[in-house]
Design a protein around this ligand. Structure first.
Ligand code: RB5
Length: 149
C-alpha cells in the first residue's frame, strides 16, 4: 500500500512519529511536506495529497493539521477522494468499514501522539465491508458528478 502524507505547520510536529510507525509496519509512503514548522497554508499540502490519491498513484493519504478540519475540507473537494476527519478510534475504524475512505485527516492540537498512531493503525488495517454501503458510496459519486467537483 502506497501512502501520501501531508502536513501544515500545525501537524508538522507529528510527522516523525507517523513516519516511525509507517517504517515499523512496512508501509511505503511519500512525504509531500511541509518540511518545517514555519507557518504555511494547509490547502497547499492537502491538495497535493488528495490529487496523489485521486490519480491512483497512491492508495491512501494521511493529512495532519492543527484540527484536521481544514485538511479534510480541502481533500473532499477533489473528485474521487473520500476523506474522513477522525480524531478517535471508533470513527477511524467505522469510516473504513462503511465509507471506504481513502484519505484520513487528524488534528495534532486535538489528539496525542499515541492516539494518532492508534487511529492510523486501525484506519490502515481495516477493510471496507461493502454490501449495502456500496449503494451509499455510489450516491456520493453521483453527487460529486452533479456538482462538478
Ligand atoms: C493553522 O493555524 C490551523 O488553522 C490549521 O492547522 C488547521 O487547524 C486548519 O483547519
Amino acid at each position: 500500500m502506497k501512502i501520501a502524507l501531508g502536513f501544515d505547520h500545525g501537524g508538522f510536529e507529528y510527522k516523525s512519529a507517523l513516519i516511525e510507525y509507517l517504517d515499523k509496519n512496512g508501509f511505503e509512503y511519500q512525504d509531500f511536506g511541509t518540511f518545517s514548522n514555519q507557518s504555511v497554508d494547509y490547502p497547499d499540502y492537502g491538495v497535493k495529497v488528495a490529487k496523489a490519491v485521486a490519480s491512483g498513484e497512491f492508495d491512501r493519504g494521511i493529512l495532519i493539521c492543527g484540527t484536521g478540519i481544514g485538511m479534510s475540507i480541502v481533500a473532499n473537494k477533489v473528485k474521487g477522494v473520500r476523506c474522513a476527519l477522525a480524531n478517535e478510534y471508533f470513527s477511524a475504524k467505522a469510516t473504513r468499514e462503511h465509507n471506504d475512505t481513502n484519505v484520513l485527516a487528524m488534528g495534532a492540537r486535538v489528539i496525542g501522539l499515541s492516539t494518532m498512531t492508534e487511529i492510523v493503525n486501525v484506519w490502515l488495517k481495516t477493510d471496507y465491508i461493502g454490501s449495502y454501503h456500496q449503494n451509499r458510496l455510489d450516491k456520493i459519486a453521483e453527487i460529486e458528478e452533479n456538482f462538478g467537483k
